[in-house]
Ligand binder design. Structure first.
Ligand code: FNR
Length: 385
């Protein structure tokens, strides 16, 4: 099976599973608790039935959409993934290149590996930046200034991490509790040795492994654990709607709230002047047992879909899923695990290939639901529920 070409998003995951050390694969792949919500996220998209409609001219198909005044080649965004750049050498740089090539936005996490200054060197194409609120608002202001100066046009403020989800796989692997992969040193070393390709590509030749964006505030440290400790101590669990009003005042670009799963919260997000919101349960990594995003998106769309720009993530794994997301009221969807797994499987080239497969799937879905233009997708693309 090593020689088979990856044809689906899950194929890249399987290659990644072989390439990555266990602790890293589990950290990416896993979710909170018994992973009920994680499984629901994918299963519930799969359960949304498309409506096949034939004999509509499908000779000219268009997967592109407009989002925040910009054209996207397809309604997809690479979601912010903390430590996402650990799966391949300077991973976020490779991901930004692949996103540019595919004509879609890349969102850099606060706790990504590559700093925004490095990502901005890839091209003049703007990118998104995801913010976690830190106790020191001076630092937050400085991060926002840097972002504005380095080509970030859209700020994604993540609001579903007031407390960190309990992730059993991370506890077992020694990743949880601020220890990082260094928590279980001896088995960690064996894990590295069993995955030499990754260990050389990332571990030896990969450059600095701290959280690039916060490096300026963690003085004189080469120890990745210091970054985890600093970030842990700075994480602000006291954030409320008032803080978003502050952000709205200090951030001049687009502001998107990520992690809304409740209809009343969605109304509040509109009230505080967010440009958009991401219906998300953090990929099932926070509160296990909450509803899937496929379940909540249509309810939130019914409430505020005409007043704001809705995005969605969690369990999106194909071009069909993109059509399902549009049909249920989103303007675009994000993927987290898929892009990181593709990087692990084969860097920028593999990610480019995966994005091409998703786009091809989407064209098929548009052609056979009788809606050749992605901008025209409505609930009519689905079987009446
Ligand atoms: C995430 N996610 C995330 N979100 C965020 O706002 N900031 C972050 O730093 C991270 N970090 C992170 C790490 C890892 C390993 C994963 C898998 C996810 C959540 C992410 O942006 C997105 O909401 C989910 O990944 C979407 O679900 P799928 O596509 O992974 O199923």
């Amino acid at each position: 099976s090593l020689n088979l070409l990856p044809a689906s998003v899950d194929d890249f995951r399987r290659v990644a599973e072989r390439r990555l050390p266990r602790f890293l694969f589990d950290y990416i792949d896993g979710g909170a608790g018994a992973e009920v919500t994680l499984r629901r996220n994918t299963a519930d998209w799969e359960a949304v039935q498309l409506n096949q409609k034939v004999l509509v001219d499908a000779s000219r198909m268009d997967t592109s959409v407009e989002l925040f005044g910009q054209k996207l080649a397809m309604p997809l965004v690479l979601a912010p993934v903390g430590m996402g750049g650990m799966t391949a050498r300077r991973g976020e740089v490779q991901a930004k290149r692949a996103a540019d090539k595919a004509g879609i936005p890349f969102c850099l996490s606060t706790v990504g590996i590559c700093p925004m200054e490095e990502v901005s060197q890839v091209s003049p194409t703007p990118f998104w930046f995801q913010l976690y609120m830190l106790k020191d608002r001076g630092v937050v202001q400085d991060i926002l200034n840097r972002a504005a100066a380095h080509g970030v046009d859209t700020l994604v403020f993540t609001i579903d991490l007031a407390v960190l989800g309990t992730r059993y796989r991370d506890i077992r692997n020694g990743m949880a509790g601020g220890l990082g992969p260094w928590g279980r040193l001896r088995s960690g070393v064996i894990d590295y040795m069993l995955h030499p390709r990754w260990a050389v590509d990332v571990g030896l030749r990969g450059g600095p492994h701290g959280f690039g964006n916060i490096a300026p505030y963690v003085q004189q440290s080469k120890n990745p654990r210091d970054y985890l400790n600093w970030t842990g101590s700075q994480f602000d669990s006291s954030v409320t709607w008032t803080d978003i009003e502050w952000l709205r005042q200090v951030w001049p670009g687009k502001l998107v709230l990520k992690g809304i799963l409740d209809v009343a919260d969605a109304r509040d997000a509109v009230r505080v002047g967010a440009d958009g919101l991401i219906v998300s349960n953090h990929g099932g990594r926070q509160l296990d047992g909450v509803a899937s995003t496929a379940t909540m998106l249509p309810r939130i769309a019914d409430a505020v879909g005409d007043q704001t720009t809705l995005l969605v993530d969690g369990g999106i794994r194909s071009g069909q899923d993109l059509v399902r997301a549009l049909a249920l009221g989103a303007k675009a969807a994000l993927v987290g695990r898929p892009w990181v797994m593709a990087l692990a499987a084969g860097g920028e080239a593999a990610l480019t290939r995966m994005l091409g497969l998703i786009k091809q799937d989407m064209r098929t879905a548009l052609g056979l639901t009788g809606i050749p233009n992605a901008r025209d997708v409505t609930r009519a693309a689905l079987l009446e529920q």
